[in-house]
Design a protein around this ligand. Structure first.
Ligand code: ZN
Length: 441
């Protein structure tokens, strides 16, 4: 989560000067598109255009200071060969050399929560090497595309916060216990190879409901889980957990609202590209995306529910369908989990005990993980591990070998190699045995 703490201390300092700094760069990719998010100390003044033969995206930022472009070097993306920069007037010109005939788009996002001013660069299209390999000569070892295996990103949303405490009973306050459970859940994903967790809030702050899925989207989340606790004072015997996905009836009316809001359309992740298409096409694209998100939500929800059943008492034995605001992302499968009833004395007690919180977190984690192990998103480490489950081999570290060089040799990212071998640091020693993917036949 550390990488999502973007230092914004310089924002205020820089705002009275016109010039902006490049603070950091994030990138993510899936089978349809790549996204690069550039974060600035102030508002970037920009324009962009595309060139072909070879395919390039040119991004002029007229108030970008020259000295700080090193974060761009960290971009490792199959659609973006490299990013060059040149001084242009008082600013900089960035040229994205693309590895194929991709469509690209750039848009700005203002400061939001912990995020400063951003420019989002989307590059859309299937990776050229995947297309090429299907019609060219039989694949050899060296033709294996070196595509980075990304982590599955799970956004965890502790309900309420700040001025909104949520339910409370028997001295237990919802916003507090759901934050504790969410953090336990995040720790589980963080320590699991191939997964990464993002929290929508890490402390007692108030975040509007509609901003919560947006935080997840900006982090490139594959899944969104909102953690809550229920209350039903009319009948204090009611207790247990419940799992909810978005109901399709709610989804349809939500879709038409989305379509009317162009800001939402611009904000959509690479999963649905709503570039220059007419309204009917947008409707069809969004419909497909939303139906698929709901289908995934339901499958993962059943999986979580069965683990929660094993862990303790569930209130609703079947997956609930509801129209909660935080579940209405057309592009991110989402679940809302009511972890128990604070109006019930034993549930309230259970939710405030560390050991019980850990049990709930473990059940949710196992459920989500089980779903993703079965159906991992493309280009992820988990997908790669599944495909190569029985195609590994052991190598021995030779004199002069470095971890990054070994990773490159076997088509892995450094992180993937470390995760595969459970390594904490980049230090290896002579004769050490490492697990690597066997060359494909
Ligand atoms: Zn709640």
């Amino acid at each position: 989560m550390i990488r999502f703490f973007i230092a914004c201390v310089a924002c205020l300092v820089a705002s009275f000067a016109q010039a902006v700094d490049l603070k950091s760069v994030r990138s993510s990719a899936d089978q349809d598109s790549s996204r690069v998010v550039l974060e600035f100390s102030g508002k970037p003044q920009f324009s962009h255009f595309n060139l072909s033969n070879p395919s390039r995206l040119v991004l002029d930022i007229t108030n970008l200071k020259a000295k700080t472009l090193s974060p761009l070097d960290s971009i490792d993306d199959s659609r973006i060969q490299r990013i060059r920069s040149a001084i242009r007037g008082n600013g900089r010109r960035l040229v994205f050399d693309l590895s194929g005939e991709y469509r690209s788009n750039v848009f700005a996002l203002g400061p939001k929560g912990r995020y400063p001013h951003r420019l989002v660069v989307d590059v859309v299209g299937y990776v050229a090497s995947e297309k090429a390999s299907s019609r060219s000569a039989p694949p050899s070892e060296s033709a294996e595309p070196l595509v980075e295996k990304r982590d599955i990103v799970v956004a965890i949303d502790p309900g309420h916060g700040g001025k909104d405490p949520g339910a409370s009973s028997y001295g237990v306050v919802e916003k507090r216990v759901v934050l504790q459970i969410a953090k336990r859940l995040a720790r589980r994903f963080q320590s699991e190879p191939g997964y990464r967790a993002v929290l929508t809030r890490e402390d007692d702050q108030y975040i509007q409901l509609k901003d919560r899925p947006r935080i997840a989207r900006e982090a490139g989340a594959d899944f969104f889980i909102s953690i809550h606790a229920d209350s039903f004072p009319k009948n204090r015997n009611v207790r247990g957990t419940g799992v909810y996905a978005l109901s399709l009836r709610g989804a349809n009316s939500e879709l038409s609202r989305w379509l009317q809001n162009t800001e939402n359309a611009d904000d959509l992740a690479g999963g649905v590209d709503l570039g220059d298409v007419d309204n009917d096409t947008r409707q069809v694209l969004l419909n497909m995306s939303m139906e698929s998100a709901i289908r995934i939500s339901k499958q993962a929800g059943e999986s979580v529910l069965s683990d929660l059943k094993d862990a303790g008492r569930v209130h609703k034995k079947r997956l609930g369908l509801a129209n909660f605001v935080v579940l209405r992302s057309p592009d991110i499968p989402s679940l809302l989990i009511e972890t128990g009833f604070l109006s019930n004395r034993s549930d309230a007690k259970r939710l405030s005990i560390s050991r019980e919180q850990e049990k709930i977190a473990a059940a949710i984690f196992e459920g989500i993980k089980r779903y993703f192990e079965k159906s991992p998103p493309a280009n992820t480490f988990v997908a790669w591990r599944k495909q190569n489950a029985d195609q590994r081999m052991i190598i021995e570290v030779n004199r002069g070998d470095t971890l990054s060089e070994i990773a490159a040799r076997y088509g892995l990212s450094l992180q993937a190699l470390k995760e595969l071998n459970g390594l904490e640091t980049n230090v290896i020693h002579l004769g050490q045995k490492l697990e690597v993917p066997a060359p494909s036949r």
